[in-house]
Design a protein around this ligand. Structure first.
Ligand SMILES: CC(C)(COP(=O)(O)OP(=O)(O)OC[C@H]1O[C@@H](n2cnc3c(N)ncnc32)[C@H](O)[C@@H]1OP(=O)(O)O)[C@@H](O)C(=O)NCCC(=O)NCCS
Length: 443
């Protein structure tokens, strides 16, 4: 597919009219307009309850916005005319899915000023972005959410989960192999570069990952100006026995006032191209002198960490939803979806925004992927009926199932879909994947 330039995709007219009738101006931010760009970045920082960004911090955000769509909602009565009361940013990111890759309309920087909350501004922006994405032919939208209660209403469903580990290093010990390679410290810029390179080499192999971008890596490595605690961040890389870089990690150590020898090491990001590299980086963290606790967020839920420890109970894990997806074009997303078993069912999809609504015959194709054809109810026409459905499902739940990270049976048990047990089992067998889907970055 030829990818559209998100910056020139038209602003949604319905949302513009809706906001205009509330006295608000919904418009694109021109990055070459210094005051407009500055206002957008400051409004995003305010929305995410961060400090007012200094000029160098605003300037440091600029490279991350190149090629992206930035939209502000302006209240003309505000004494700060250049500061939007709401923001949204988007771009197209390749998403790794079972069977290949899909262009995904990534939605980010969703903020509404507390002075203007709960009057439908976020709804107008979200629906506007979804209609813009669909009009540009992008089949899927995605985001990461500050709260799990915000986005289901727009048809987004959680599709990847991540784990947070906390390890008591005094108890943990080590049961893994001795790594055959070596570790080296890197400076912050070199660490950012290493993380970017390794992510690009590994993201195609992990369902749920999206492409990264340089500012994200500079943020994680502490190289981005104004990054909170940036100066405390350190980076190491792992070289295999042949001297090839196979992994990198960024971390920060917070000293303990009560006992210096029990400081806390927080892993900000860890990438390993091989199991050996991942284990070596964990081992480095767990055996670090003066550290009593190692914590790491955003790790795959199937990471074998307890198996690397002499005492598996030294590690505790919490799991949370992370990457959310929203199907916009059902035939297009299923056309690349590799299936693990044959499938032939009729789905009745409820999509209040219309994009995937209708009855669909979903069947395996000869090439191992899947085909969805309308089975009566016209797609994009909410409320239409079609052939007798085997499963009735909302678009948010279908989006959760798409990568294979949750079983249809679980959703059925929770009353989140209705269907014949055989059809549900058939769907689960077809969507089964070998590894948990995982998204390592937040956006
Ligand atoms: C989340 C946020 C963008 C919502 O903006 P808003 O303009 O107040 O939202 P809207 O008025 O358009 O609300 C639309 C619907 O979402 C609901 N909603 C909004 N924020 C919600 C929240 N945090 N939790 C649960 N529901 C929420 C509203 O009740 C409303 O529900 P309804 O249409 O079913 O009646 C805003 O509160 C915000 O900026 N929060 C801080 C930054 C943030 O977390 N952004 C999200 C980044 S992923």
């Amino acid at each position: 597919m030829i990818q559209p330039d998100v910056r020139t995709v038209e602003l949604d007219r319905i949302s513009r009219e809706r906001l205009r009738s509330a006295g608000l101006d919904y418009r694109r931010v021109d990055p070459s307009d210094e005051a407009g760009f500055d206002g957008f970045i400051r409004a995003v920082a305010r929305g995410f309850i961060e400090d007012e960004p200094a000029e160098r911090v605003v300037a440091g955000s600029r490279p991350g916005q190149v090629g992206r769509r930035m939209i502000g909602v302006y209240d003309e009565t505000s004494p700060q005319a250049e500061l939007p009361v709401a923001t949204v940013g988007s771009w197209i990111a390749p998403l790794t899915v079972p069977g290949g890759e899909l262009p995904m309309w990534a939605v980010s920087e969703v903020t509404v000023a507390p002075t203007h909350r709960r009057r439908g501004i976020a709804r107008a922006m979200l629906e506007g972005e979804l209609r813009a994405a669909a009009s540009a032919g992008v089949p899927m939208a995605g985001l990461t959410a500050s709260e799990a209660t915000i986005y289901g209403r727009y048809g987004f469903g959680p599709a990847t989960w991540h784990a947070r580990w906390t390890v008591d290093t005094r108890r943990a010990g080590w049961a893994g192999a001795e790594p055959s390679g070596s570790l080296q410290y890197l400076d912050r810029e070199a660490t950012a570069e290493a993380l970017g390179r390794l992510h690009e080499r590994t993201r195609h192999a992990r369902i749920g990952e999206i492409a990264g971008w340089p500012v994200r890596w500079r943020q994680l490595s502490g190289a981005k100006p104004g990054e909170p605690h940036g100066e405390g961040v350190r980076g190491v890389r792992y070289l295999d026995a042949a001297g090839e870089m196979r992994g990198a990690m960024v971390f920060r150590i917070a000293g303990s006032e009560a006992d210096w020898a029990r400081s806390r090491l927080e892993i900000r990001h860890l990438i390993g191209e091989t199991a050996e590299a991942r284990a070596a980086l964990w081992r480095f963290a767990l055996q670090h002198d003066l550290v009593g606790t190692v914590a790491a967020g955003s790790r795959p839920v199937d990471e074998p960490l307890p198996w690397l420890l002499a005492d598996a109970r030294a590690a505790t894990r919490t799991v949370e939803d992370h990457g959310w997806l929203r199907i916009l074009d059902l035939p297009a997303v299923l056309a690349v979806r590799r299936l693990a078993a044959p499938l032939d069912i009729v789905l009745r999809v409820a999509d209040p925004l219309g994009f995937a609504d209708g009855a669909w015959r979903v069947e395996s194709a000869a090439d191992g992927t899947c085909r969805a054809v309308s089975a009566g109810g016209a797609p994009g026409t909410p409320g239409t009926t079609g052939a007798e459905a085997d499963i009735e499902i909302g678009v948010a739940e279908l989006s959760s199932l798409y990568l294979g990270g949750v079983a249809a049976r679980s959703l059925a048990e929770a009353g989140r879909l209705r269907g014949d047990a055989c059809a549900v089992a058939q769907l689960d067998a077809a969507l089964r994947i070998d590894e948990e889907p995982f998204l390592s970055i937040m956006y």
